[in-house]
Design a binder for this molecule. Structure first.
Ligand SMILES: Cc1cc2nc3c(=O)[nH]c(=O)nc-3n(C[C@H](O)[C@H](O)[C@H](O)COP(=O)(O)OP(=O)(O)OC[C@H]3O[C@@H](n4cnc5c(N)ncnc54)[C@H](O)[C@@H]3O)c2cc1C
Ligand SMILES: NC(=O)c1ccc[n+]([C@@H]2O[C@H](COP(=O)([O-])OP(=O)(O)OC[C@H]3O[C@@H](n4cnc5c(N)ncnc54)[C@H](O)[C@@H]3O)[C@@H](O)[C@H]2O)c1
Length: 448
């Protein structure tokens, strides 16, 4: 009989927690997971999945607009927000059920309540029950940051945006990161007036400057307005129920919905980490080593709560590696270089590896290849938006250090290019690859 109730107790059934639970259980461990909200976590319930479905839903606006050029008559198309919203929410329920079945099929016990750390090997559930485990994995994710200003309680975050009772006519979005640019695109395509207010004059700071500039140009042409260097000072309710947003020195901006998208902070408040002697980092994150182990030998942490890279595939990889290391005899680290990423803006940006500026800093001499092209489908539809692809190449070794793209379907194309960058392929390897014609992707091997 083991001295502990479980081999592994996981706190948080999101991307990292569910993967770690099921892999540990498959290795033969006795596993339990506690979830305070819904199984699936941010990505499934109020992140990647419903967001991407809204991107798909809003994209029909472009397709319907362009359809006439392709010979289709679509009489008076109308959009109904509650239909899209509710269908998306039902799909989220379907995926939540699939995640729950995965836990059940792997004999992972789940508790639908909050859990906190009571000691190095003990968790306390909201019901007061205490359970022990040889190892504890903290996978509690992150939570939207709400800057302090008068009227912030009148604003929403990405947690609420999927549940809006009606489509707002005017949306103000604070921030210019992933969530801001993705929802700016969704609301703009659905016909809302969108104003992005940002504290600096840079959007999507981590992406290549040329891609950011192109997105800015295209989205402004599509009607999205920007107010830079203008953090929100105050939001006030008007007599007619609408909102007035005071940002920077600009004229107040009228709005029906104000979405705050200013980053996500590790969800460690009140988690009891001090009971295991674990000190938090400056952003509330749990510091871990390369095996995701905290300063307490029996406690590990993965995903957004560690504030390394806030992306689902990273949380999943970290969770998988912890389970393999503890119960599968395969202790390993994971690679954080060459992580592909995308912003599902309209058009989307996708990238892997170093930006031009980063490569110049790190390598000195680099060669840059670009393709600035109008996709065939845009030309035919008389849509003037241009795609832009860029290869960043180390002049010394000819190795491709970065691939950057903005244009239709760029995330779909980038995944394959990321394999090439990860494998350390050279520009000559790209040149040697025969183009797949006609496609946008062929631009990747035609840059000279
Ligand atoms: C709007 C939005 C869009 C996104 N889009 C993308 C995208 O397109 N691609 C991408 O890769 N990433 C995207 N992300 C990021 C991605 O969702 C996260 O990086 C990922 O979900 C992190 O996984 P995790 O396991 O660390 O945490 P989470 O998935 O957040 O899971 C943590 C879980 O722990 C639970 N929990 C917290 N505290 C406790 C406690 N004390 N007791 C019990 N349970 C607890 C929470 O309820 C939650 O279910 C998006 C995020 C948002 C907000
Ligand atoms: N497609 C994707 O992969 C995807 C999509 C959505 C979210 N995510 C993940 O979720 C995380 C959170 O997304 P996000 O968009 O909230 O964060 P973000 O870090 O991408 O962007 C935050 C934005 O808010 C601004 N900001 C920060 N603090 C501010 C303040 N006090 N006042 C005014 N502006 C402020 C920043 O300048 C920045 O523009 C992302 O970092 C990303 O890792 C990924």
């Amino acid at each position: 009989m083991s001295e502990f109730d479980y081999d592994l107790f996981v706190i948080g059934a999101g991307s990292g927690g569910v993967r770690a639970s099921r892999v540990a259980a498959a290795h033969g461990a006795k596993v339990a997971v506690a979830e305070e909200y819904r199984i699936g976590g941010t990505c499934v319930i109020r992140g990647c999945v419903p967001k991407k479905l809204l991107v798909y839903g809003s994209h029909f606006a472009d397709e319907l607009h362009d359809a006439a050029r392709y010979g289709w008559t679509v009489d008076q198309p109308r959009f109904d927000w509650p239909t899209l919203r509710d269908t998306v929410l039902r799909d989220v329920e379907r995926i939540e059920a699939a995640y729950t079945s995965t836990l059940d099929n792997n004999r992972v016990e789940h508790f639908h309540e909050r859990a906190v750390i009571a000691g190095p090997n003990t968790v306390r559930l909201a019901s007061g029950r205490e359970l022990t485990a040889r190892y504890i994995l903290v996978a509690v994710g992150a939570w939207p940051v709400m800057p302090a200003f008068e009227g912030s309680d009148l604003c929403i975050t990405s947690n609420e945006v999927f549940h809006l009772p009606a489509l707002p006519k005017r949306v103000v979005i604070q921030g210019a990161g992933y969530i801001a640019m993705e929802f700016a695109g969704i609301f703009n395509a659905l016909g809302c007036h969108v104003t992005v207010v940002n504290r600096s004059d840079v959007i999507l700071r981590s992406y290549d400057e040329a891609m950011r500039d192109r997105l800015l140009q295209i989205t402004m042409a599509r009607g999205i307005e920007y107010r830079f260097n203008s953090p929100i000072r105050k939001v006030a309710r008007q007599d007619d129920g609408s909102l007035l947003v005071h940002a920077g020195d600009h004229e107040p901006i009228p709005a029906d919905t104000v979405l705050i998208a200013t980053g996500r902070r590790p969800k460690t408040d009140g988690l009891g980490l001090e009971n295991a002697g674990i000190a938090l980092g400056a952003n509330g994150q749990i510091p871990v080593d390369e095996y995701s182990k905290t300063s307490c030998d029996s406690i590990y942490a993965v995903g957004d709560v560690t504030d390394r890279v806030q992306l689902t595939p990273i949380a999943i990889r970290e969770g998988h590696a912890v389970a393999d290391g503890l119960f599968g005899g395969n202790r390993r680290t994971i690679a954080y270089d060459s992580i592909p990423s995308a912003v599902f803006s309209q058009p989307p940006i996708a990238a892997v590896g170093l930006t031009e500026a980063e490569a110049r800093d790190q390598y000195g001499e680099v060669r840059i290849f670009t393709s600035d092209f109008r996709p065939m489908k845009n030309i035919f539809a008389e849509r003037h938006e241009r795609g832009l692809y860029k290869l960043v190449v180390d002049a010394g070794t000819d190795r491709v250090l970065g691939v950057h793209m903005i244009g239709p379907d760029s995330p779909e194309i980038l995944q394959a290019a990321a394999i090439a960058v990860r494998a350390g392929l050279t520009k000559a390897d790209f040149d040697d690859t025969v183009a797949l014609h006609p496609s946008m992707a062929e631009e990747l091997v035609l840059m000279r």
